[in-house]
Design a binder for this molecule. Structure first.
Ligand code: FAD
Ligand code: NAI
Length: 493
């Protein structure tokens, strides 16, 4: 027993020293960019990357800028760690803890990478030119430009699906970007403060305090869970007069929530929601959203008006207009409505030198950060092999002796052997409130399904280790600690 304890002590010591060392290294790295990166070289090919999300950032991190000129175009100049975004809607975590500027990556590359905060509005795949527009609030005299590419990497993600249901865009809140989470937080506090206004009629208080979430996928579930924690842990202390009056309803069109998880975890989530007094309406469709009520159709087919104060809409993804436009340029090969059709090497079907990855594509994989990040890393390897192929083709041509030619030909053959993308699933996690999480993790030939408080500890450590930088890790741990001691901030932004 003594030697076992000694071993545990030693492992803990090494782990702690390693963690502290890594943190200091990362702090040093963060504040020491490459001061004079080598400028772009016109003799090299140019890769234009669209987007700064999971797919594009993972590609950017891995691409060798000594082989290619690289340009990044994205309307937001940062990477966002989406898995913890629901926590920012109620102030468990500050949104600034989850973002990292894209220039943090580019300034650590040996060669210059151009970054343009702009939206790509058009892709001309014949001329290999894209049009970019500065859609931000502050515009200079020039807000439109064009960029030529040799290769285009499309990682623009997807946008929230509304199915064209009337009123969703106008009155609902989505949960995809930082500004969505900020809007939810502001509106939530506004509903609560308005309900506390003197003389408010009881039925109006009931409406204002009815928080409705539409969509029982992981986004809707995690948001409802965070909202429950906020109401249970913080609001009861700040607004004792409203205790018992706040209601959360989750509406799901299918017979159960979280269709991608195992049956036992679905049951566990539904029973946890019941304990948390989150009202689940399955087999229920939203037909229309009005300013103060939504029209829903339940399993009986009857339509009903449901008054609400805050509506969060999380019914999945749809393609962005840029992608739809690109698809219409290639009607024979691009006919999947879910997104861009790509082959197993992430080449866009029907176009030359366009690669697409992440949520912008329609593949056999779920639209997740895990898939997008693995695709980005894979694609950077593909580009290294493409470069090696060109190099060995030239070297074979100019080889002086037969022996050298054969040697180079073997290298060329190896470079040309580009393996298709292979996805390795690391498991699915979801927070369900009250310090409980669920996890479906592949184990050997099967799966391990777990749920509860211990899984929540696993959920936390998995997300902490996957955060983008040591700075993000530090900030998130600080936010969690702050919340434990002082609770969440209820000030309206
Ligand atoms: P995104 O990350 O959405 O990035 C798209 C990028 O393209 C953005 O930078 C955007 O600004 C940019 N862009 C948009 N339009 C243009 C344009 N016209 N021109 C140029 N750039 C453009 N997945 C998991 O695996 N695990 C999780 O726990 C998880 N949690 C999630 C929680 C929430 C709340 C949400 C919304 C999603 C979650 N996901 C999770 C899914 C995951 O976030 C997505 O699958 C992932 O973001 C897809 O990566 P992407 O790079 O394709 O798109
Ligand atoms: P989703 O597509 O996973 O779920 C949307 C849900 O809304 C579905 O259950 C659907 O049946 C329901 N729905 C659709 N239309 C409806 C309507 N009119 N009325 C009521 N319900 C309706 O979308 P979500 O949750 O936004 O996730 C998108 C992607 O991001 C998924 O691939 C998901 O796995 C991933 N993600 C993963 C997370 C995690 O692993 N923790 C967290 C959040 C997202």
């Amino acid at each position: 027993t003594y030697s076992k304890w000694k071993a545990i002590k030693n492992v803990t010591k090494v782990g702690t020293v390693g963690f502290i060392g890594y943190t200091f290294y990362n702090m040093y790295e963060h504040s020491h960019p490459v001061m004079n990166p080598t400028p772009a070289d016109p003799s090299k090919k140019t890769i234009v990357i669209l987007g700064s999300g999971w797919a594009s950032t993972s590609f950017l991190k891995s691409i060798d800028t000594e082989l290619y000129n690289v340009v990044v175009v994205s309307p937001r100049n940062y990477f966002l760690f989406t898995p913890l975004l629901p926590s920012t809607t109620v102030g468990t975590i500050d949104h600034r803890s989850l973002v990292e500027p894209i220039r943090f990556i580019t300034r650590h590359k040996p060669n210059e990478v151009k970054v343009y905060e702009a939206e790509c509005t058009e892709i001309d795949s014949d001329k290999k030119i894209i049009t970019i527009v500065d859609n931000s609030e502050v515009k200079g005299d020039r807000a439109t430009s064009t960029i030529s590419y040799d290769y285009l990497v499309v990682g623009v993600g997807a946008q929230s699906q509304t199915f064209g249901i009337k009123g969703v865009e106008e009155y609902g809140c989505f949960l995809k970007e930082v500004w969505d989470a900020q809007k939810i937080r502001t509106k939530l506090m506004d509903c609560i403060e308005t309900a506390a206004f003197p003389g408010q009629a009881p039925e109006e208080i009931e409406r204002l305090l009815h928080m409705v979430v539409v969509g029982g996928g992981p986004t809707g579930i995690e948001y409802a869970a965070e909202l429950h924690d906020f109401l249970a842990e913080d609001l009861s202390a700040w607004y004792p007069e409203l205790v018992g009056k706040i209601k959360i309803t989750l509406i799901e069109a299918m017979p159960n929530v979280l269709p991608a998880f195992s049956k036992q975890l679905i049951d566990y989530t539904e029973s946890t929601f019941k304990e948390q007094h989150i009202s689940l309406h399955t087999k229920t469709m939203v037909k229309e959203v009005k300013e103060k009520e939504i029209i829903v159709q339940g399993p009986s087919g009857e339509k009903e008006a449901m008054p609400y104060g805050l509506l969060v809409w999380a019914t999945g993804n749809t393609t962005r207009p840029l992608i739809r436009n690109l698809m219409t340029q290639h009607p024979e090969t691009q006919n999947i409505r879910r997104g861009l059709a790509v082959d197993d090497w992430l080449r866009m079907a029907g176009a030359n030198d366009i690669y697409a990855l992440g949520d912008a594509t329609a593949t056999k994989y779920a639209p997740t950060a895990q898939v997008a990040a693995q695709q980005g890393k894979y694609l950077a390897r593909v580009f290294a092999q493409l470069h090696a192929t060109e190099q060995y083709e030239n070297e074979v041509e100019i080889a002086a002796t037969a022996e050298e030619k054969a040697k180079k030909a073997r290298k060329l053959q190896k470079a040309q052997d580009i393996k298709p993308f292979h996805y390795s699933h690391q498991g699915s996690l979801c927070y369900i409130g009250s310090d409980k999480a669920i996890a479906d993790v592949p184990f050997g030939p099967g799966n391990v399904a777990a749920g509860g408080v211990a899984t929540y500890a696993f959920w936390r450590s998995a997300y902490i280790s996957n955060l983008f930088s040591a700075r993000n890790r530090w900030l998130v741990i600080t936010d969690w600690t702050k919340k434990t001691f002082w609770g969440r901030d209820i000030s309206r932004e």
